[in-house]
Design a protein around this ligand. Structure first.
Ligand code: PLP
Length: 413
C-alpha cells in the first residue's frame, strides 16, 4: 500500500519539461490562433481527426488545441495522475463542459448539496432548463442517501473533494465504487485540495479544477482544467459534439504560461497554507470557538481525510468560523480587514493573503434558504482562506482581538 503511494510533488517534478522555442528554460507562448500545414492534403486529415495534437503534434486552430495550453494540461495531468488533460477559460467552464460531455438530454446527475454556489446553480437551474438534465442534490457523506438518488439515467456523480464552504470530506473511493456500480462516472472538483489529494488515485474518472484559486495562487487570472482519460479530452474537442470546442470557453495561451510558471512552487504554497490554517484552527478549537477544519481530530471526516491525503501537504488552507448571525460575521470581518489588516473581505481562495467571506450571503447565495439550511451554511458562517504572508503570531493576535470584540470568545478565553 505504502509502496504504491502517489507522490504529486515527484510527479510534477518528473513530468516532461517543456523548453522554449530557442532552448529557453521556460516554455514559449504560442500566440498564433492558426497553424500552417506543409501539404494541402494534411488539412482534411486534421479536420477528420486522423492527425491529432496528442498523437502527432499537429495543431489546427487555437480554439481546438494550442501547444502552450496543451503543455499546461499535460503538467496538470501529471499532478493529478490522469492519462490526459486540457485547460479552459474558468473553473465553472470545466464543470459545465464535463457535465455536458458526459450527459445527454434527459440524463440525470447526482450531486453533493454542498458545492460552490455557481456549480449548484449550473446543475440545479441552468442545465435542467437549457439542456434537459435532471439533478438530485444529496448529503455526500451519507452513502445510503447518495445511492438512493441514482436512477437508470444517472450518468454522473458530482462532488467536491472538500466541500465549499462546509469542509465536508467526500469518501472518494466509496463514491467511485457506487457510481461505477450504477454505470456512472465520478466527477470530482479538486479545487480546494491540489497536491493534497489525488482523486484519480481514489477512483475518480474526471477531475476538474478552478485554476483561479490555489493552483495559480495570485488571484490575477481566471482559468480551469479538465483531467481524465485521453478519450474524454478528445471527445471534448470533437468538431461536431465537443463541449469545449463548440461552447468555446478557450484558455488564452498567455494564461496557460502564467499558470505553468506557478506550478513549481504550488506544493510549497499549499504546505504553508495548511501549516498556518492548522495552527489557527487548533488554537481556536482550544478556546472553544465554533471552528471547522478537517485537520482537527473532532472533524467528522478527519480520519477519512487523513487516509486520502498525500504526504506532507497538510489538511488545506480553508477553515470556517460560525459566528451565529450575519451582523456579527460582518462586524468580525470589518474589524479584521480595516482595523487589524488580517486579510481581505473578498470571495475566492488560494491567494497569498487571507481572504474571507460570509458564504450564505456571497458564494453560496445561489442556494435557497432551505438549501442553505440543509447544507449547514448558516448566516454567520465565515469562510477563510488562510494566507501565507506576515507573522503568524501577529495574525493570531488579530484574530483573537476581533473575536473578543464581537463577543465570540467563550467566557475566560
Ligand atoms: N469550483 C469551486 C470549488 C469553486 O470554489 C469555484 C469558484 O469559487 C469554482 C469551481 C468556479 O471557478 P471559476 O471562478 O474559476 O470559474
Amino acid at each position: 500500500m505504502e509502496k504504491d503511494r502517489f507522490d504529486p510533488v515527484r510527479a510534477l517534478a518528473g513530468s516532461k519539461h517543456t523548453f522554449g522555442e530557442h532552448g529557453g528554460v521556460n516554455l514559449s507562448i504560442e500566440a498564433s490562433t492558426t497553424f500552417t500545414v506543409m501539404a494541402a492534403a494534411t488539412m482534411p486529415e486534421l479536420f477528420a481527426g486522423h492527425r491529432t495534437a496528442d498523437r502527432d503534434g499537429c495543431f489546427l486552430y487555437a480554439r481546438h488545441f494550442n501547444p502552450t495550453v496543451y503543455t499546461l494540461g499535460r503538467e496538470l495531468a501529471a499532478l493529478e495522475d490522469t492519462e490526459s488533460g486540457y485547460c479552459c477559460a474558468s473553473g465553472i467552464a470545466a464543470v459545465a463542459a464535463t457535465i455536458m460531455q458526459l450527459c445527454d438530454h434527459g440524463d440525470h446527475v447526482v450531486a453533493s448539496r454542498a458545492v460552490y454556489g455557481g456549480s449548484h446553480a449550473l446543475l440545479g437551474e441552468l442545465l435542467p432548463a437549457k439542456a434537459g438534465l435532471r439533478t438530485t442534490f444529496v448529503p455526500i457523506t451519507d452513502l445510503a442517501a447518495v445511492e438512493a438518488a441514482f436512477t437508470p439515467r444517472t450518468r454522473v456523480l458530482f462532488t467536491e473533494t472538500v466541500s465549499n464552504p462546509t469542509l465536508e470530506v467526500a469518501d472518494l473511493q466509496a463514491l467511485a465504487d457506487l457510481a461505477h456500480r450504477h454505470g456512472a462516472a465520478l466527477v470530482v472538483d479538486n479545487t480546494f485540495c491540489p497536491v493534497m489529494i489525488t482523486p484519480a488515485r481514489h477512483g475518480a474518472d474526471v477531475v476538474v479544477h478552478s485554476l483561479t484559486k490555489f493552483i495559480n495562487g495570485a488571484s490575477d487570472l481566471v482559468a480551469g482544467a479538465i483531467l481524465g482519460k485521453a478519450d474524454l479530452i478528445g471527445r471534448l474537442m470533437d468538431l461536431h459534439t465537443g463541449a469545449l470546442m463548440l461552447l468555446g470557453p478557450t484558455m488564452d495561451p498567455r494564461t496557460a504560461f502564467e499558470v505553468s510558471m506557478r506550478l513549481p512552487h504550488l506544493p510549497l504554497r499549499i504546505a504553508e497554507h495548511s501549516r498556518r490554517a492548522m495552527i489557527l484552527a487548533s488554537r481556536l478549537d482550544e478556546l472553544g470557538v465554533a471552528v471547522t477544519y478537517p485537520g482537527l481530530r473532532r472533524h467528522p471526516q478527519h480520519a477519512l481525510m487523513r487516509r486520502q491525503l498525500n504526504p506532507g501537504q497538510g489538511f488545506g488552507g480553508l477553515l470556517t468560523l460560525d459566528l451565529g448571525t450575519r451582523a456579527r460575521a460582518d462586524r468580525f470581518m470589518d474589524l479584521l480587514q480595516n482595523q487589524h489588516r488580517f486579510g481581505f473581505m473578498a470571495v475566492s481562495l488560494g491567494y497569498a493573503e487571507t481572504l474571507m467571506s460570509a458564504s450564505a450571503s456571497s458564494t453560496s447565495s445561489e442556494l435557497s434558504d432551505e438549501e442553505l439550511a440543509l447544507a449547514g451554511i448558516g448566516p454567520g458562517l465565515v469562510r477563510m482562506s488562510i494566507g501565507i504572508t506576515g507573522d503568524l503570531e501577529d495574525r493570531w493576535a488579530a484574530l483573537h482581538a476581533a473575536l473578543r470584540a464581537v463577543d465570540a470568545l467563550p467566557a475566560g478565553a
